[in-house]
Ligand binder design. Structure first.
Ligand SMILES: O=C(O)C(=O)C[C@]1(C(=O)O)C=C[C@@H](O)C=C1
Length: 491
């Protein structure tokens, strides 16, 4: 397949993000409709909750297999399969009267979720030359879906509308989008045969530090997910039971956390895109900060402090750190991205199973124990990244120059910003000179500039290079001024 054009990339990205908007809806649609579904199926709320756990089972069962399929048969097929399965779930749940069928459908939703993940994350990495910034936006698309659905359901209930409409909308969105995706061009994928050569299974070839990193990143698949699930599950009760907040104040903690997560996504996206910071350094910073904010949430009794800390915890723990972890993991196995994604999210699925179980047990001793156990997991994440950062730096030092390159990217970013500023000032001088009828070229000023630079240079062996660079800047600056004057004259 040929390289993708910019408009193809944008179109495909939008379709993929739209899937995750619907997936955000899918994540909440059962819990938000527990009451109507329980009366539809003639079961208790507890049974509906049991049906919901089927989603987790489906994800766990399917991730690894679908990840391998994604590497072998291509991203597009696996994504389309996920979208169609998801639509069947949305429609099927509405029309079934039997909770056992609903349970099977929930498993199908889990399978659909893993298909979307196994196909989409690698596609974004392949489309953006392994820059993980675009995958971070997946999280934003999901958060928007999660934000919109409860609002819609609340509004629909007030207006007395049928609960099933949101299911129909979700399925319709997906089916129309599936049509668009089926005609979309996908980025070039790493050759499938190489999966065998470089596969994760060829442990003999892996160095000790690589095995260490695989372990760390897999465990992070668990801890990054667990930290978020645990917080969202217990924070509201903690606010009411332990902090004696009003119901409204306690719910607000979760809303602020969600808004924080969207802010975090935008922040991390900008940081990664501008290459201002190395991804693994960002992980150490984010995980240490999230631990700090969590400590405030767990031990402060001052309501405003807990409220603000919840917002910042959303930024640092739910702003896409999980996605960066996955991007780093994928970059270690460029030919098996689908499988890596699958392994990573399988660990995440285990978190969605185990967290409700062990926190449920802890809550018997008090809600504070349940929420504060999140500190243990957040500390674990932090330690994982201290070690992970070290291992990544060591392997980079020996084998490549990624560290230097990312620093050069950082410097180039600022050189460009400064040059843009310089050109702007030179243009302004150019316009003033035109109005005064003075020539652009000012040899005295240029001589001054050059001799000043000469005085500033410390590494004398590079003096000639600096001369040449500043001479080029001046030449281009004058060209810029000429252009702006000509434009002014034409007008
Ligand atoms: O200082 C000026 O007079 C400018 O027009 C700016 C500038 C420059 O880019 O620094 C550009 C052209 C002149 O020959 C000297 C300096």
């Amino acid at each position: 397949m040929n390289a993708m054009t910019k408009s193809n990339k944008i179109r495909l990205s939008l379709s993929l993000y739209l899937n995750y908007f619907v997936h955000g809806i899918g994540l909440l649609i059962l819990t938000q409709n527990m009451r109507p579904l329980s009366s539809e199926w003639g079961t208790s709320i507890a049974t509906v909750s049991y049906v919901i756990s089927g989603v987790g089972i489906g994800r766990l069962l399917a991730y690894y297999l679908l990840g391998s399929f994604s590497d072998r048969f291509g991203r597009k097929k696996i994504i389309l399969f996920g979208m169609i399965s998801y639509s069947i779930f949305f429609i099927g749940i509405l029309f079934t009267k039997d909770f056992k069928v609903a349970y099977l459908l929930a498993i199908l939703a889990g399978v659909a979720n893993s298909a979307l993940d196994s196909g989409t994350y690698p596609t974004f990495l392949e489309m953006n030359r392994n820059n993980g910034a675009a995958s971070i936006l997946i999280k934003a698309a999901m958060s928007i879906g999660e934000f919109v659905l409860p609002l819609y359901i609340g509004l629909n209930e007030n207006l007395g509308g049928w609960y099933g409409l949101s299911f129909i909308f979700a399925a319709a969105f997906l089916l129309i989008n599936a049509l668009l995706i089926s005609y979309s061009q996908f980025p070039l994928q790493a050759r499938t045969e190489k999966v065998v050569e470089h596969g994760l299974s060829s442990r003999g070839k892996m160095s000790k530090s690589k095995i260490g990193l695989v372990t760390i990143l897999s465990l992070y698949g668990y801890t990054s997910m667990a930290v978020m699930i645990l917080f969202t599950q217990w924070i509201t009760l903690y606010g009411v039971d332990v902090l004696q907040m009003s119901n409204m104040q306690a719910h607000f903690l979760l809303s602020l956390y969600s808004i924080g997560s969207i802010v975090g996504v935008l922040l991390i996206f900008t940081l990664l895109k501008s290459a201002l910071i190395r991804d693994s350094t960002l992980m150490v910073v984010m995980n240490s900060l999230s631990l700090g904010f969590l400590l405030i949430v767990c031990f402060s009794t001052y309501h405003p402090a807990v409220t603000i800390a919840s917002f910042f915890f959303g930024i640092t723990a739910a702003g896409g750190v999980m996605q960066i972890g996955l991007t780093i993991f994928c970059s270690m196995f460029p030919h098996a991205k689908g499988r890596v994604t699958a392994i990573f999210f399988s660990f995440g699925s285990i978190a969605s199973f185990t967290v409700p179980i062990f926190t449920g047990m802890l809550s018997n001793s008090g809600t504070a124990y349940a929420l504060r156990s999140d500190l243990v997991i957040a500390s674990f994440s932090f330690v994982l990244w201290i070690i992970g950062h070290r291992l990544l730096s060591l392997s980079n030092d020996r084998t490549n120059y990624e560290t230097e390159r990312s620093q050069i990217n950082f410097i180039d970013y600022w050189i460009l910003k400064l040059l843009q500023w310089r050109f702007k000032l030179a243009k302004s001088i150019g316009i003033k000179k035109m109005n005064q009828g003075r020539p652009i070229f000012d040899p005295f000023r240029e001589k001054k500039i050059v001799s000043r630079i000469d005085r500033l240079v410390k590494d004398h062996e590079n003096r000639d290079h600096y001369h040449e660079i500043f001479q080029t800047i001046l030449t281009n600056s004058k060209q810029c001024q000429t252009n702006i004057q000509e434009k002014g004259r034409v007008k």
